[in-house]
Each structure stands twice: as structure tokens, then as C-alpha cells.
Design a protein around this ligand. Structure first.
Ligand code: SF4
Length: 206
């Protein structure tokens, strides 16, 4: 979002009654209130920041937007993706490293299991469309790649504005139980290569 759009949103927010907004507005405010990047929670502020805060109130020290105004605009987003879990709490896993949202909850279950994530496709029909999509975000990640443990798994990565959609397709022309198959989503952050490993579970029946 460019500076002009941000300024427009701040002005627009003045005419929006927060009390008439859905629950996500309150949820956003609650997350921001406890966030270490909220200016109110930053102890060692410079005089410029103090002056800005005295004019606009609490602001996000990452994007510089006034928190209460920013939170009112639905299309606004948290620069470090802390609001992601609000969208769909049940289908989002937030860890200290990254956020993973299951965009295909009707086709696959996503669960964290120790150092792995489990992707349970359940029972699939022979020859059916098994493609599922996850959304992965980690502030500042780069060099994104993915791979499957065998040719029966196809992966695809689509870059979004700040995050990535990660699609996984299992070859449902192979009948039977899926055992020991994995896919990985790899990224680099602060010169550290990280692999998010997904264990694939499910079965294909005729
Ligand atoms: S928008 Fe995000 S980073 Fe900024 S204060 Fe709110 S939760 Fe923190």
C-alpha cells in the first residue's frame, strides 16, 4: 500500500464508527495493545516519536500509522502479520518464526506436530482434484523454494504482496494409503535457511 493510500485511509477512518464494525476491529485493537511495536509499549522513544504520538496517539512503530485509525480499515494489514490469526483463527498457525494459514480447510487439515506440520487430506477419490493451498508469511523472508519427497507430490509457490501461497497436489491416480511422504517450504531470513516440513497423510480410494 502506497503512502497516498495510507493517508487516504487515515482520513477515511475518521468517518467510521468503530462500534459499528465487526469483531475483527476489537480483535485488531487488542493485538496492537499488547504489541511490542505499539509506540505506547516502546520505552526508549526519541523526541520525534514522542511528538508524533502526542498528536496522533498510539502508533505502530513499524508502519507509523495511528493504531486506532489503521485498525478500522479492513484492507489495512499488520506489517508483521500479527492480524492474520483474526481472519480465521481455526485455520491459522502462528509460531515465532512464521504464520501458516490453511486456505483449503474443506480439503485438508493442518496441524502442528512437534517440528513438523501435518497435512491430512483424509479420504480422496481416485483421480480427484487434491490441490490445496496454504499461505505462508514471515517478515523479511526471501529465496523461497519448495520440494516434494517424491514425484507423487507437486508443489507450487505464488508470490503475493508480502506473503506466499504454497500449493500442494497429491497424485490421486495412485490408490492406497499415503505414507512417509513430505513436502517442504524453504526460505532464508537473516542469512538462515529454514525449512517448514509438512508430513502428508491421507488415502486414495476407488
Ligand atoms: S499493526 Fe501489527 S506491528 Fe503494528 S502495532 Fe499493531 S500488531 Fe503491532
Amino acid at each position: 500500500m502506497d503512502v497516498r493510500s495510507k493517508l487516504f485511509n487515515i482520513v477515511k477512518s475518521r468517518f467510521i464508527d468503530g462500534e459499528k464494525l465487526p469483531q475483527w476491529y476489537e480483535d485488531r485493537l487488542e493485538i496492537c495493545a499488547g504489541c511490542e511495536l505499539n509506540s505506547k509499549n516502546v520505552e526508549s522513544k526519541g523526541s520525534l516519536s514522542k511528538g508524533y504520538e502526542s498528536i496522533v496517539g498510539a502508533f505502530c512503530t513499524s508502519c507509523k500509522c495511528p493504531v486506532d485509525k489503521k485498525a478500522k480499515i479492513e484492507e489495512e494489514y499488520c506489517p508483521v502479520n500479527k492480524w492474520a490469526a483474526i481472519k480465521d483463527k481455526e485455520n491459522t498457525i502462528v509460531s515465532t518464526l512464521h504464520t501458516i494459514q490453511n486456505l483449503s480447510p474443506d480439503k485438508v487439515k493442518l496441524e502442528k506436530q512437534g517440528t513438523f506440520y501435518l497435512l491430512d487430506f483424509g479420504t480422496m477419490k481416485f483421480g480427484s482434484d487434491s490441490r490445496i493451498t496454504l499461505n505462508v508469511f514471515s517478515e523479511g523472508m526471501s529465496k523461497i523454494t519448495s520440494k516434494g519427497s517424491c514425484g507423487c507430490l507437486t508443489t507450487e509457490i505464488i508470490a503475493k504482496e508480502r506473503d506466499y501461497d504454497f500449493s500442494v497436489t497429491y497424485n490421486t491416480n495412485l490408490e492406497g494409503e499415503i505414507e512417509g511422504k513430505t513436502v517442504e517450504f524453504l526460505y532464508t531470513k537473516s542469512n538462515i535457511r529454514t525449512a517448514i516440513k509438512f508430513l502428508i497423510k491421507g488415502r486414495v480410494i476407488r
